[in-house]
Design a binder for this molecule. Sequence first.
Ligand code: BES
Ligand code: ZN
Ligand code: ZN
Length: 485
Amino acid sequence: MNIVPSIMATKKSAAKNLRSTVTKVYLLTTEALKDSKITHSESIPEWIIERIGDEKEVSILGSEGPIIFKVIDTQSQEDQHYNLIADSNYSIAREALGSLVGSIKKERSKKVEINFFGLDEEMVTGAIVGLELALYRYNEELSHGSITFLDDGKKVKKSIADKALAIAQSINTARHLVNLPANLLNPVTYTNAVKKHFAKSSTMKVVVYDEKKLEKEKCGLILSVGQAAANPPRIVHLKYRPTGAKGKPTAIVGKGITFDSGGLNVKSGAGMGVMKKDMGGSATVMGFATWLENSGVKKKVDIYLALAENAINEHASRPGDIYTSRNGLKVEIGNTDAEGRLALADAMDIAITQKEKPEVLIDFATLTGAAKVSMGDFVTSMFANDDELADKLLRASQANGDLSWRMPLYRPYYKGFKSNFADMNNMSKVKGGSIGAALFLEKFIGDTKWAHFDIFGWTSGFRPSLVQQGGSGQGVETLIGYFKN
Ligand code: BES
Ligand code: ZN
Ligand code: ZN
């Protein structure tokens, strides 16, 4: 099982039966088009330049092969929502080049030359990320020519291209993990793949909590979630300790339910259909870890994957069962389908009770159907108990084209979790499902600064760069943006 898809644009062409043509792509800003400096390697008639200006996207046949022009409009920043929901120039460039990949692949040229005009470094990065995202397929070998990037006629600096490819690779890793079906990816195979992935790493150490260690650590909640599955739960701790890192670590936790059947409160057929994606939070943090490993970021980071399968057999947990969490709280099961918060609770408690206590904890989870209802596929519901942290994360999410919107931790709703037999129920009687789930998690973070992202993690064709439908890598760019500055 390969958990990292093969890098595409960086690889020398392994594709066969390509035509000996050169496909040239011109990605330009409106300003660059006006300057008409774009004729350096082709002489393009004036009337075509005019057509490009009018139609924004034009294809012609040049002397060496097809030429595709695309103009990008960088003026679409909306002065609303504190500018937190506007498309950034990075994301505009990402989607612009991503949208051309179908046409580029169709030409099947041996060489592909991508020319940028008028793009700044952020936009060049975005464009290369978009190309790489659009090239990813779950099930396909390399099938395009070698790709070169030129900026204003000069080769794009290797350091810039490499940085962009590292970002794209980490998003694609998250997408690929989500796309892997639950018969291949279960808590045990997932753990082994992660161990193998970082086996030779000098910055990332992998510590595994198997079922025995989870028992010893009194992780009663995550164990209850996985007790009906053939493959027992795991918590995987990735310790990022680059040389020279100082200060308190940041902890990042991901929900990794490799399949969510709902348990005895079984999901409907439609509801269960894509529940292989219920490890999407863990995929996000694993994608991020892939980037972090070689990022040069000089901070301590502790990443936790809370892995379990919510299955059904005679050992399955039942409504009315009471389980004790690692932090001692007794939780009555109101609904076995509210399993994500249980798995996260024990992982979060491990995170905040480490010898090196984290200053900040950020979690990612496909936690509630309610978050999808209110925000749709591409805006994440974000909750935080600290305004400064919330602000920083929202800005990173906007700048990196991975949008989030802050939701309220409205504490009076917590009373919906009242249980007559335990400290709390796992299901709230109060409406506002994603708020309730966040309030449940809040009982497990102590006094740590905390942000929680209730992600959807899946795309059905809404974003041009995500040609392969399925896992979307939601959250990865936000984390990268948060750490790189
Ligand atoms: N994994 C689901 C939430 C989910 C559903 C995310 C669909 C994305 C798409 C989660 O474990 C769940 O089933 N939550 C329940 C909780 C309820 C039983 C309190 C939900 O949201 O309905
Ligand atoms: Zn569930
Ligand atoms: Zn779930």
